[in-house]
Design a protein around this ligand. Structure first.
Ligand code: SAH
Length: 649
């Protein structure tokens, strides 16, 4: 089973109370889920038994898991989970699968808990119908409370229900983006987006979404709470008095530079940061991480604070920090630690080092947002805080690759696991034509990047950059991604970058390759030993191709020829024919299959001698039989064994 498909939902619990239900959910064990069954069911492979009532057991499990998948009557699940639910911002995803595996129901925490997404993934995996009842889902509208999750943005204060309601009613919504990735802007959201570069038409908006490192308003973002909030100077003009619901997302762009005396408490450092952010109207949720000098790498208060908020702690040597230009250098600090600035220099250095080339515009105006401030508390030490703002947000996520084989060209011919990998990805990258074939699997809010056919290296580089930044990326190839596909390019480039083999993680989702697809259309030409040779001189020099053709012909392999002929490359197929005619009879059956499983499919049976009469282009695979291959009633048959015995599978 796939290791990466359900990663976003770990730890994940599956619950079944009958043998049939346990069997239905058993596959999840391989994806890291824990399958719980009552001990009365006896030993069930891969399952954990529980004793006592399911109600008590569930109460114990509830805080431990991010998602629950029940194979149980929906009504029973409603009764079981009802007493445990608190708020949609905290509850786990609750999903129900029927015993026959026909339906997957998103029952609770559809948006923030991710139940809608988990439902879609499971439905692909089980080939079941997803049952998702949220209003935004019906209209294929985005869920505003999940928009920033791929980029690690934090939800700030606001009237999330109010804004969601306006979106569901399809009324005009204004977005003001002041920081963070703009990749989400191209994914079909029906918003009026205003950025530093772009003004929007002043129409009567019904809701407002801020994407900003600033606290744009306080309170619940409802009319009462936002009336008369004063403008905030350092964060530019803020939400003025308004009668519309508002929410705010905070991209994690703020790096906090810290200098402190030895032994400064976690509380003092935290309250120092809070004070500085508050006085500059900056949002706590916008913190990317903390930076300091390497002498502080073992400073307990700092380490504990970073652990508590899951922030990276970046420590730089004095030699690096002293080369950073800062507004407030200090001779005293220089004498003590060998660099005239710790807080300001470390914050700026963090911004510089943790940059990923993934944005559209990379203007890199990284700057000190707040110069150093010293906060002291009697008897507790002192802490210096500076804040730098990065052009790019820290996602706080570990990226994943799915290299996906999409099969010959029809969704029916794609594996459920490959479909699930495309559906779950934050970003889908591939040659435009293939990505378009996957349209039914794509969802609003996914970053979808279509490339021209030739730019394979660029595709791989882009996918690697996005995954290193923290996104889950699906790189799509037609057929099988490991046969003249993108998986090889991605691995090669990762190797060239000194990848450790684990981060970002990679999983390869195989697909039906062209030779299988084309063979199936004409019979069983590949029933015995065969080989696959690409005639493209872009991939291989001609002498190598020629040698392989000769060897295959001589050894009586059935041969599948990929990339047989392009508009400019006409000679190779003629030469291949000559080579095969040297060791095989002119009447050897040959199949020429173009665009297998696509609407314009053509399949022709011919012979080695007449091969050139058929139309052959780059969408075609040529299958040349061996010396035993024959045709019968319009089908191509390669016998299963030369000796015609029954001793093989
Ligand atoms: N990764 C792909 C192969 C890419 S090379 C796979 O595993 O199928 C591209 C070549 O594959 C084409 O030039 C053609 O020879 C063959 N091909 C791909 N899709 C095909 C299809 N649907 N029908 C016939 N040939 C196909």
């Amino acid at each position: 089973m796939s290791q990466v498909l359900f990663l976003d939902f770990q730890p994940l619990a599956a619950i079944a109370t009958t043998p049939a239900a346990a069997k239905r959910l058993q596959f999840l064990g391989g994806s890291g889920a824990t399958l719980w069954v009552p001990e009365t069911l006896g030993n069930f492979a891969g399952a954990q038994p529980y004793s006592g009532s399911l109600r008590d057991h569930l109460t114990a499990l509830w805080p431990e898991y991010k998602g629950f998948i029940f194979c149980l009557a929906a009504g029973a699940v409603v009764r079981l989970v009802a007493p445990l639910l608190t708020h949609k911002s905290q509850d786990p995803a609750v999903v129900v699968v029927d015993e026959a595996g026909r339906f997957v129901i998103s029952l609770c925490s559809g948006h923030q808990g991710g139940a809608d997404r988990l439902t879609q993934l499971l439905a692909h995996q089980l080939e079941a119908t997803p049952v998702i009842t949220g209003a935004t889902n019906a209209a294929e509208l985005p869920a505003i409370d999940t928009l920033g999750l791929p980029f690690g943005w934090q939800r700030g204060e606001g009237n999330w229900n109010g804004v969601s309601g306006i979106i569901a009613r399809q009324q005009p919504v204004q977005v003001i983006q002041e920081a963070g990735s703009t990749l989400w802007q191209h994914q079909g959201y029906p918003f009026h987006i205003q950025t530093a570069q772009r003004e929007v038409e002043p129409i009567s908006f019904q809701a407002k979404i801020w994407i900003s490192p600033c606290e744009r308003f306080s309170g619940s973002g409802s009319p009462e709470a936002t009336q008369g909030i004063p403008a905030r100077s350092s964060c530019g003009s803020s939400a003025s008095s308004t009668d519309m619901p508002m929410v705010q997302w905070h991209p994690r762009v703020l790096w906090i530079g810290i200098g402190c005396e030895r032994g400064t408490s976690q509380q003092l450092i935290e309250s120092g940061i809070r004070q500085v952010l508050q006085s500059h109207q900056l949002a706590w949720g916008a913190i990317a991480g903390v930076a300091t000098i390497d002498l502080k790498a073992d400073e307990r208060g700092l380490i504990e604070l970073c652990r508590a908020y899951n922030w990276p702690l970046r420590c730089f040597p004095a030699t690096v920090l002293q080369s950073v230009t800062v507004p407030n250098p200090s001779a005293i600090v220089a004498a003590a630690v060998g660099t005239p600035s710790v807080a300001e220099a470390a914050a700026l250095q963090a911004v510089l080092e943790f940059r990923f080339e993934v944005g559209e515009e990379s203007k890199l105006q990284n700057s000190l947002r707040v110069p150093k401030q010293v906060i002291q508390a009697a008897g507790q030490g002192a802490v210096t805080v500076a804040v730098a703002e990065a052009e790019q947000e820290w996602t706080g996520r570990t990226g994943q690759f799915g290299s996906v084989g999409s099969g010959p060209g029809h969704l029916d011919q794609m594996t459920p696991a490959a479909k699930t990998a495309v559906c779950q990805a934050d970003a889908v990258i591939g040659y435009g034509l293939y990505v378009d074939l996957l349209q039914p699997l794509l969802r609003v809010g996914q970053v979808v990047e279509r490339f021209p056919i030739t730019q394979e290296r660029q595709r791989a580089e882009r996918a690697i950059a996005l995954a290193q930044w923290g996104l889950t990326v699906a790189v799509v190839s037609s057929g099988d991604c490991g046969i003249y596909g993108m998986a090889g390019l991605v691995l090669e480039q990762l190797q060239a970058q000194g990848w450790d083999g684990k981060t970002p993680g990679i999983e390869i989702f195989p697909g039906i390759t062209a030779l299988q697809a084309t063979a199936s259309r004409v019979g069983t030409p590949l029933m015995h030993d065969f080989c696959d040779i690409s005639l493209s001189t872009l991939l291989n020099p001609w002498p190598v191709i020629e040698k392989r053709l000769e060897a295959a012909a001589e050894a009586d392999f059935v041969a599948a020829l990929y990339n047989p002929r392009s508009l400019t490359r006409l000679e190779q197929l003629v030469k291949a024919q000559e080579i095969f005619l040297r060791s095989r009879p002119p009447g050897t059956p040959v199949a020429i299959v173009r665009s297998a499983y696509r609407p314009d499919e053509q399949a022709t049976l011919t012979t080695l001698e007449q091969l050139q009469d058929a139309t052959v282009d780059m969408l075609t695979t040529v299958l040349i039989g061996n010396s035993s291959t024959r045709t019968y009633a319009g089908w191509m048959i390669t016998p299963r064994g030369y000796f015609q015995s029954d001793d093989t599978e």
